[in-house]
Design a protein around this ligand. Structure first.
Ligand SMILES: Nc1ncnc2c1ncn2[C@@H]1O[C@H](COP(=O)(O)OP(=O)(O)OP(=O)(O)O)[C@@H](O)[C@H]1O
Length: 248
């Protein structure tokens, strides 16, 4: 993915993570994590279990930290849920954690109706995004009849329709075929919103403004994607060259 848009950090009220601690069932996930994310395109990489999804949940306000604060565009997202919904949207790794309604149109309309759009306006917006992704025939389709990759795309369209200021993407290309992934990549590229993109696909973040390598809940490297990715690749190649599974 390449971006020609200039890095925009001045005066952007982005994501402020301050001194965050979080534990899960005795596992310490974060212990004093602090990050100030104001760039348009931020990538988060790291090994399995590094804390990427937990970070995504905190940014989206789906979980509250045990200590510290998370503010997105000034909103305390864990505690002001109403404001959080129009401030930040999340695309989960697993679409089945997101989908509630029987048909694609109902699923896509739900958030819009919650935002106060009437039924006719919601139907128009849904038709427009389905057409943009070349899926106009999906409106009346039962979600259960879609493949995993197709359900993933429905979830993404639902987030895009809500037009939040920040979009958190947890492995957005997972399970998508190449043509759909390319179309999605172009679509994401053109969005005005700030994106936080969690991925194991290191090529997908090449044109990003900033990459953060999370390692055991802490920032291991933070900077330009080419440098962070090069350091990450080198370490992964070294670890992958060993036969020991003890550090998994
Ligand atoms: N529901 C849970 N209960 C207990 N521990 C959890 C839970 N969810 C995550 N964890 C722990 O939190 C840590 C971070 O998990 P997280 O899902 O954020 O990793 P990740 O970086 O997204 O990994 P992956 O690349 O595999 O998706 C791990 O040690 C994991 O075991």
């Amino acid at each position: 993915m390449t971006r020609t848009k200039a890095v925009q950090t001045m005066g952007i009220p982005g994501i402020e993570i301050n001194g965050v601690a979080l534990s899960h069932g005795g596992t310490r996930v974060f212990d004093g994590l602090t990050l100030d994310l104001r760039e348009d395109r931020v990538a988060v990489i790291g090994r399995n279990g590094a804390g990427k999804t937990q970070l995504a949940r905190l940014i989206s306000g789906l979980g509250a930290p045990d200590a510290g604060t998370v503010r997105v565009h000034g909103v305390d997202v864990a505690h002001d849920r109403k404001a959080a919904l129009s401030t930040v949207g999340i695309l989960f790794q697993n679409p089945d954690h997101q989908i509630i309604f029987p048909t694609v149109e109902e699923e896509l309309s739900f958030g819009l109706r919650n935002q106060g759009h009437d039924a006719a306006a919601a139907t128009r917006s849904v038709a427009s995004i389905l057409s943009r992704f070349g899926r106009s025939d999906w409106a009346a389709r039962p979600v259960i009849e879609l493949s995993q990759g197709q359900r993933h795309l429905v979830c993404l369209m639902a987030v895009l329709l809500m037009a939040p200021r920040v979009i958190v993407l947890d492995e957005p290309f997972a399970g998508l075929d190449m043509a759909t992934a390319l179309r999605l990549s172009r679509y994401l590229d053109a969005l005005d919103q700030q994106l936080v993109h969690i991925t194991h696909d290191l090529d997908a973040i090449a044109g990003y403004d900033r990459a953060i390598w999370l390692d055991a809940g802490a920032v291991r490297a933070d900077g330009a994607p080419d440098q962070v990715v090069a350091a990450y690749r080198a370490e992964m190649a070294a670890l992958g060259g060993s036969d020991a599974f003890t550090d998994l």
